[in-house]
Design a protein. Sequence first.
Length: 102
Amino acid sequence: MDFLGIGFLIVVGIVGSIVFWALLNNSVILNPSLSGLFSWWLGCVVGTAVVLYLLFDLFLGAVSWGIDFVKLHYQGILGTIVILGLLGKFAGKKDAVKDKAE
């Protein structure tokens, strides 16, 4: 297992334990036995692992889609940026004819 996998497991354990502690302190878990507490804790850790994995996968998918989008449309994006830059450059200037007339 690589460093990223071990780090993911550590983060999942910590965040899952925090979720378990929050549920325990907010009376969601009402007087279970020791095995019941372990089941709740394990459920929180596994649920946290699934949620973090799905969020990470969604984030990587969005980044991959963004990279592919820029690769396919970079000319249009660059053209739009240049046009907006030129419009911004000339937006505040007055006509030379109006300046001489005043």
